[in-house]
Design a protein. Structure first.
Length: 332
């Protein structure tokens, strides 16, 4: 037995969770489902035959999403989290290079390397905006644009995205955090067959543990992904939970409103060290990772170009208060 040598260097995540009391490090929603919704859910789960396979391509959830988004079901594919779908955007197109703009979500590069693609990094500029990606489309398989971007928190501008789309090269816009943002690019799907919008139920929907993500694109892209995706990939249980959350979207909206309010509260207190954000987290220019950890508060420590900074997920009010008070102590 011999493990492929190049895999030894694959380590997208820190596998050991630091010890802490308050976790503001994974951009999760701080709120679980309301108790009464949870019991309703458990009742409806009793009716699911556990011995039977789920729908082969997760049609119940696709249909619900189609209705929720006002789009045809043939334009939607669902996955176990949005991470689960990223490899398919790298597998299905021709071309050698996968374009990313660092600092960004690490999994695009991870899966590109795993697929043996060449990674072309055109770094974000000093305002964390994408730079002339349309000038680098030769032999490009797919371009990943994260908007709003993790970990910097900013949206990418519509006019810059249009320029990339107009080249005809496949473009994935990862909108994992769009519910917290002032703009999204779903409407561009009408004009561009080369656009894929990737979204998740892990953030605004508060279902990180349930694992639901989806992509919307033209029918040819979706049917191609379905050709090579394992059958029965989505659990009957997670589909049910996703459907229920769409039926209760007002809860999602209310929590998004709260998180945005809290985000702006924290940002105003530390305005000189905090970047603007259109997400549920804040990038802060302060090397307080170890200090906060000693207080039991776990945030994300940034590296590379962002070293010395931290990324802090907006939590519940009392968690944010604890964070604010600890950071004030750090700053003296
Ligand atoms: N895209 C971005 C930009 C993310 O930040 C994350 C999670 N941190 C994901 C995708 C993956 O989320 P999930 O697999 O839970 O849908």
């Amino acid at each position: 037995m011999r493990i492929r040598r190049e895999i030894e260097n694959f380590k997208p995540y820190i596998l050991d969770e630091p010890k802490g009391v308050i976790f503001l490090n994974k951009n999760e929603n701080p709120f679980d489902l309301p108790e009464e919704l949870k019991s309703k859910l458990l009742d409806s789960m009793r009716k699911i035959p556990f011995n039977r396979y789920p729908d082969i391509v997760a049609n119940p959830l696709r249909e619900k999403l189609a209705e929720f988004l006002g789009l045809g079901v043939e334009r939607i594919v669902v996955g176990n989290g949005s991470d689960d779908l990223i490899p398919y955007f790298i597998k299905i197109f021709e071309g050698d290079k996968v374009v990313i703009s660092s600092p960004t979500f690490k999994m695009y590069e991870f899966f590109a390397r795993l697929e043996g693609a060449e990674v072309l990094d055109i770094p974000l500029d000093e305002d964390f905006e994408i730079v002339d990606l349309e000038k680098h489309v030769d032999n490009v398989r797919v371009v990943f644009i994260c908007s709003p971007n993790n970990p910097t928190g900013n949206l990418q501008r519509r006019e810059k995205i249009l320029k990339v789309l107009e080249t005809g090269v496949p473009v994935v816009i990862d909108e994992a955090y769009h519910e917290f943002a002032s703009e999204n690019y779903l409407d561009l799907l009408d004009d561009f067959d080369n656009l894929i919008i990737l979204r998740t139920f892990s953030k605004a929907f508060g279902l990180a543990g349930i694992r639901i993500g989806y992509a919307v694109a033209n029918e040819e892209i979706i049917s191609t992904i379905l050709k090579i995706r394992p059958p029965f990939a989505m659990s009957s249980l997670s589909m049910k939970i996703g459907e229920l959350m769409m039926d209760n979207y007002e809860i999602v909206k209310e929590r998004v409103r709260f998180i945005i309010e809290e985000r702006e509260r924290i940002r105003n207190i530390f305005s000189d060290i905090t970047y603007p954000s259109e997400t549920n987290f804040l990038l802060m220019d302060v090397p307080a990772y170890d200090f906060l950890l000693e207080r039991g508060i776990v945030v994300r420590k940034m590296d590379g170009r962002l070293s010395g900074k931290i990324r802090v997920t907006v939590g519940r009010r009392e968690e944010n208060d604890a964070f604010i008070s600890a950071l004030k102590d750090f700053l003296g």
